[in-house]
Write a protein that binds this ligand. Structure first.
Ligand code: CA
Length: 230
């Protein structure tokens, strides 16, 4: 198999140097663009498998680049933002980004995000999704709609199951509050964050052995939730 092509649209030289080190051959083929304009051109000419997009670029706002990219390109995008750009991060996720990294990030975080994104994309391109989802002790049979924790069946309400199902469909990916509210309760409830808090709380009580330190339903502070994926 050919090494996945990763396009970094990033203008900071130290970060680029770090990316070259971590996303090196033979595992990956890293290509670089230092402006939004160049990045879009390279996305078109090189057809990357994954894009790392800095939100603070010298020519365009990263969000503009993302919007233009999403008009014709479906490659997974991980946005890279500076600390304190929480709102931009959420906007990016709601505009089609797949994940985010906050500077400064370390080798482990970068590798994990890249791996999960590439694997999910591969799975999304396979028509037949696995009917059984397993991560650690959590097992969900999507055909029979049965949920097991450490081998013991857990009964969920229809809403709880819908919420968990949406997270399983995007396992490993951070989902914004907006995304989850819209997917489970519909577009008229997009702003009812308290619904989500209540139902995530209920799900955790049923699935987690320690709700203060969840293993499966992870909180992404200020952004949303992520279901752990192996
Ligand atoms: Ca920058």
């Amino acid at each position: 198999m050919n090494a996945p092509i990763i396009l970094a649209i990033e203008d900071e030289v130290p970060i680029l140097r770090f990316l070259r080190l971590v996303l090196a051959a033979p595992a990956y083929k890293l290509i670089e663009a230092q402006s939004g304009k160049e990045g879009l051109a390279m996305a078109g000419s090189h057809n990357p498998d994954l894009i790392l997009l800095d939100l603070g670029l010298p020519d365009w706002d990263g969000l503009q680049v993302l919007a233009q990219l999403r008009e014709w390109n479906r490659a997974p995008v991980i946005v890279v933002s500076a600390r304190g750009q929480e709102t931009d991060k959420v906007t990016a996720l709601d505009s089609g980004a797949d994940d985010y990294l906050t500077k400064p990030f370390n080798t482990g975080e970068l590798q994990a995000r890249v791996r999960v994104c590439l694997r999910r994309n591969l799975r999304a391109n396979n028509e037949h999704a696995d009917p059984v989802f397993i991560t650690d002790g959590l097992k969900v049979d999507l055909e029979r709609r049965q949920v097991f924790v450490d081998g013991v069946e857990v009964h969920l309400t229809p809403i709880e199951y819908k919420l968990l199902g949406e997270m399983i469909r995007h396992a490993g990916k951070v989902l914004t509050h907006h995304h989850l509210l819209k997917a489970v309760w519909g577009p008229t409830h997009e702003d009812e964050s308290h619904y989500l808090r209540i139902f995530v709380g209920q799900l955790r009580k049923k699935l987690e052995s320690d709700t203060a330190r969840p293993r499966y339903l992870l909180t992404e502070t200020g952004v949303g939730y992520r279901l752990k994926s192996d």
